[in-house]
Design a protein around this ligand. Structure first.
Ligand code: 13P
Length: 273
């Protein structure tokens, strides 16, 4: 089964939930979704560092994958305040988000730094979820596609096709993220996903590039989730605010999964004809 045949759906809890809240959220989410076959979806939650160990222990790893929101590009050393991939692995983390828009804009992380983190994550057996996206200004100047291609080409520099089997991409336009954000239209998001997928094929070749899941993130909610997932180049959703209530997250999952499965079946039938 190709990776893009599975619905990748996850949430980044940003700097909101403490340990108790994270465990409570995960426990509820697990209970609410445990009847859904994990052959159909890859459900993941990326909590704050301090909640990672308790998060991992609170629910089965087959049910919900735990990810971190960031990490250092070295495994150890004189990097005060940083967290190593080995430390993440020690507490059972499998995914690591790299280059979130808030890291790039507020903390001024560069594509070169994201690249070092991606390579380090892969080296230590973690799945990097590389986040890319243009700013509002870049969108207005109509250079979004060029920006996305640069972010991919630098962010994934020196990643081998074989290693790309572990990579995940999230397209999160900066102007669409968070309370100030306006969600991208399904057409706009799909056009950017198409560009991203073409760039991935260019970087890794058709066999590998085509099978890297590209998730959309940025003001996903109960109103737009279904139409976003119905688009041909959107493989999954990466959600903030609308997913932080387990019941609502469960609703969104159940809303989008049948659409995703139908889309996959149509694709399979098309391929057989
Ligand atoms: P929102 O869904 O709250 O806009 O956040 C998206 C996000 O930043 C996921 O990483």
């Amino acid at each position: 089964m190709a990776r893009t045949d599975i619905l990748y759906i996850g949430t980044n809890t940003k700097m909101y939930m403490n340990i108790y809240q994270t465990v409570d959220f995960l426990t509820k989410l697990h209970e609410l979704t445990k009847d859904i076959s994990r052959d159909q979806i890859k459900l993941f939650v990326n909590p704050s560092y301090t909640a990672l160990a308790a998060a991992r222990k609170s629910v089965p790893k087959e049910s919900i994958t735990i990810g971190a929101q960031n990490m250092c590009w070295e495994k150890q050393g004189q990097f005060t305040g940083e967290i190593s991939p080995l430390m993440l692995k020690e507490v059972g983390v499998e995914i690591v988000q790299i280059g979130h828009g808030e890291r790039r804009t507020i903390f001024k992380e560069t594509d070169e730094e994201e690249n070092r983190k991606v390579l380090c994550a892969l080296k230590h057996g973690l799945t990097p979820l590389l986040c890319i996206g243009e700013t509002r200004e870049q969108k207005e100047k109509k250079i979004a596609d060029e920006i996305l291609r640069i972010q991919l080409k630098i962010g994934l520099n020196q990643v081998t096709p074989e290693q790309s089997k572990k990579v995940l991409i999230a397209y999160e336009p900066l102007w669409a993220i968070g309370v100030e954000g306006t969600p991208a239209s399904k057409e706009y998001a799909d056009e950017r996903h198409k560009v991203i997928k073409e760039a991935l094929v260019e970087i890794f070749g058709k066999t590998y590039g085509k099978d890297i899941p590209v998730l959309y993130g940025g003001s996903v909610n109960n109103q737009n989730a279904a139409e976003l997932i119905s688009m041909p180049h959107i493989d999954g959703l990466y959600i903030g605010r609308s997913a932080w209530d387990a019941e609502n997250f469960n609703k969104i999952i159940r809303l989008v999964l049948p659409i995703f499965i139908k889309r996959r079946k149509t694709r399979e039938t098309g391929a057989m004809l």
